[in-house]
Ligand binder design. Structure first.
Ligand SMILES: [Zn+2]
Length: 405
């Protein structure tokens, strides 16, 4: 598995000087302020009322706010306007049901800002291990050159995690991976018991923390509960927790890149559920088909992780296999028997097992769903009159969708 060349996002540890750090924090503060203003405006909006201000109107208001507030005027208009653009994209993702509703951002919690229209001259290498990136109003900021910066960087995002570590993530649209040409179609389902199930029967799990790390996390969380508010110790414990969580996020992100690359290389057509429809039926799937408190609890535990990881996986697949991703209606994918085609609600014995009362087929419930997705994709492909390799079956990836960090 080659990691690096084709991957869409490359993150590097940023090493700002103390003065630069102050300037970066100011950018973060401005981005957060503008973002929160947008959140607030949209929070008041209810169906039936006049629409909340769109991006153009918000930009006009930003100009006005900059005229009135000197501290805002002192900052970078590029950073502030980009925060509005990111918010507009986040709302579009929310309405597209691939992401949760954008929420209020708090100081010190995953702060960041984005710079677009980056050119080749904005990133340079100083030595074997040191690089520099040009940041508006801050200047050249050093970063650890831990791997090659990909060609064609169009934007980057600078973030400060809860542990106080700065990163720069360069975004490029990954190069499409050529189809293997085998005609093979794979169905991919997001499982509840596992992260991803393939119609081939493979079950793939996103990495989590190791047992020792989990134990450490539990110890830290107990410590945090006992630590006094505002105490030095509390701050240290919080930072340690944040470091562990960041590690888990990093591992998941790498995993999504690896899996999407692997699927794009191995299969001609990759079938997934249409998320726009899935968002609406997903809750019903949890209650109607698999009732029981235990299931719901388990689903709750996984939901956040899976929702974020899944949306990202589909996004990356569309970048790496453009025109080869087929989105199918998720209705009945978990109730239909993939062997005989009968749809029966009682066939799903539990979250993990599927047993057909009609033909006796038994198997993993997520794999059964993945096989149904593959089946539905076969219909979609033949209904269009041939394999989808000839032309783009879905719209081109939008540059703005490349939200990173
Ligand atoms: Zn059957």
């Amino acid at each position: 598995m080659v990691v690096g060349r084709f991957e869409g996002v490359s993150r590097y540890r940023l090493q700002p000087t103390p003065a630069q750090e102050r300037a970066l924090l100011e950018h973060c503060g401005h981005a957060r302020y503008v973002w929160n203003l947008a959140v607030e405006q949209h929070a008041h909006w209810k169906p039936g009322r006049a629409s909340a201000p769109g991006f153009a109107e918000q930009c006009r208001q930003l100009t006005q706010a900059r005229a009135e507030h000197e501290w805002l005027r002192g900052g970078s208009v590029i950073v502030q306007q980009q925060a509005l653009k990111d918010f507009a994209q986040a709302m579009a993702n929310f309405f597209g049901r691939t992401h949760r509703r954008p929420t209020w951002r708090r100081r010190g919690r995953g702060e960041g800002f984005r710079i677009v229209a980056v050119t080749a001259g904005d990133v340079r290498r100083l030595s074997r291990t040191v690089g520099e990136v040009r940041v508006a109003k801050v200047g050249w900021v050093r970063f650890r050159w831990s791997r090659a910066v990909p060609d064609g960087v169009k934007s980057y995002r600078i973030t400060c995690d809860r542990a106080g570590r700065w990163h720069v993530a360069f975004a490029v649209i990954p190069e499409p991976i050529p189809a293997p040409g085998t005609g093979e179609v794979v169905g991919v389902d997001r499982g509840v018991a596992v992260s991803v199930a393939l119609s081939t029967g493979e079950l793939l799990n996103a990495p989590t923390l190791r047992q020792t790390e989990k134990a450490r996390l539990r110890r830290l969380q107990r410590k945090l509960a006992r630590a006094k508010r505002g105490s030095n110790r509390r701050g240290k414990v919080k930072a340690a927790i944040a470091t562990l969580k960041a590690r888990e996020t990093d591992r998941r992100r790498d995993w999504v890149e690896k899996i999407s690359t692997r699927l794009a290389r191995r299969f001609d057509v990759i079938a997934v559920e249409n998320l726009k429809i899935a968002g609406m039926t997903r809750s019903a799937r949890g209650t109607v088909e698999a009732p029981g408190g235990n299931v719901r609890q388990k689903a709750g535990l996984n939901r956040g992780i899976l929702a974020a990881g899944w949306g990202r996986l589909v996004e990356r697949l569309e970048h790496k296999a453009p025109g080869r991703v087929v989105k199918v209606n998720p209705a009945y994918t978990s109730q239909r028997c993939s062997a005989c085609g009968i749809v029966e609600r009682t066939s799903r014995e539990s979250q993990a097992d599927f047993r057909c009362r009609s033909c006796g087929y038994a198997g993993n419930a997520d794999v059964n769903a993945a096989r149904n997705i593959r089946h539905a994709a076969g219909h979609a492909v033949s209904a269009r009159g041939g394999p989808p390799l000839g032309g783009p079956a879905n719209r081109e990836p939008q540059r703005d969708l490349l939200l990173v960090g």
